[in-house]
Design a binder for this molecule. Structure first.
Ligand code: PLP
Length: 230
């Protein structure tokens, strides 16, 4: 089933890219494998997936050794500062940086590990109390501070849009994210462009791609519903 689901999703992405004039190769499909067993991740890997998203440090550590070494692990969940050290040499990107203090700790650990960590800054685009992320208006100040830190490279922005039945309802939020990207790059003329946009999940990844997503995080549509009781 996983293979068929992936084929459908890739086909959908290809079609939407054709329709809106984007290149399929610009889009990274991240398989969000939280709560799913390694056997299912392996099936996904066999079908060509190399990018996996997890939201818990412990789960990355558990799965890391059981998966091939060319897997790219994406940390997409809320990250506590005291746990950064456990994943600093294991993940390719941290999508969920939502404070200067967290960025500072990632910087400290990255320098110690002699690497540069790619990070995204998380925006709470719909200002939901239940969500992590900074407000849109705080983004310019935060990116400026984080860019000064050694060992981290700000590559872009991430958001978890509201859960909606009609994906079209989230278009407004994705548009704001893309505009943020454009605005920051306009101010940041000396620096490398900050172009990545991690947005869109099972319900709304096609709308997100139409509005500029470079990374979509898809769980349920690949692996099926999650059962948090097991
Ligand atoms: C779980 C999760 C996803 C995937 O959600 P689905 O609706 O299952 O596709 C994407 N992003 C984040 C941050 C998540 O925690």
């Amino acid at each position: 089933m996983i293979r068929e689901n992936l084929e459908t999703i890739r086909q959908n992405i290809r079609q939407i890219c054709n329709a809106c004039g984007r290149d399929y190769s610009e889009i990274t499909l991240i398989a969000v494998s939280k709560t799913k067993p390694v056997s299912m991740l392996k099936e996904c890997y066999e079908a060509g997936v190399r990018d996996f998203g997890e939201n818990k440090v412990q789960e990355i550590l558990d799965k890391y050794d059981q998966m091939p070494s060319d897997v790219r692990w994406h940390m997409i969940g809320h990250l506590q500062r005291n746990k950064v050290k456990y994943i600093i040499d294991k993940v390719c990107m941290i999508h969920s940086v939502d404070s200067l203090r967290l960025a500072e700790e990632i910087s400290r650990q990255a320098v110690k590990a002699n690497r540069i960590m790619d990070i995204l800054l998380e925006i709470n685009i719909a200002q939901e109390d239940s969500k992590f992320g900074i407000g849109l208006s705080d983004a310019p100040a935060l990116v400026k501070e984080v860019q000064k830190l050694p060992g981290v490279r700000v590559k872009g922005w991430m958001t978890v849009a509201p859960y909606v039945d009609i994906p079209e309802e989230n278009r407004q939020h994705f548009v704001k994210m893309r505009q943020l990207c454009v605005d920051i790059n306009a101010q940041n003329i000396d620096n490398e462009n900050i172009n990545m946009l991690s947005m869109g999940m099972s319900g709304d990844y096609l709308v997100a791609i139409e509005e500029g997503a470079t990374h979509v995080r898809v769980g349920t549509s690949i692996f099926g519903e999650r059962n948090y009781l097991i």
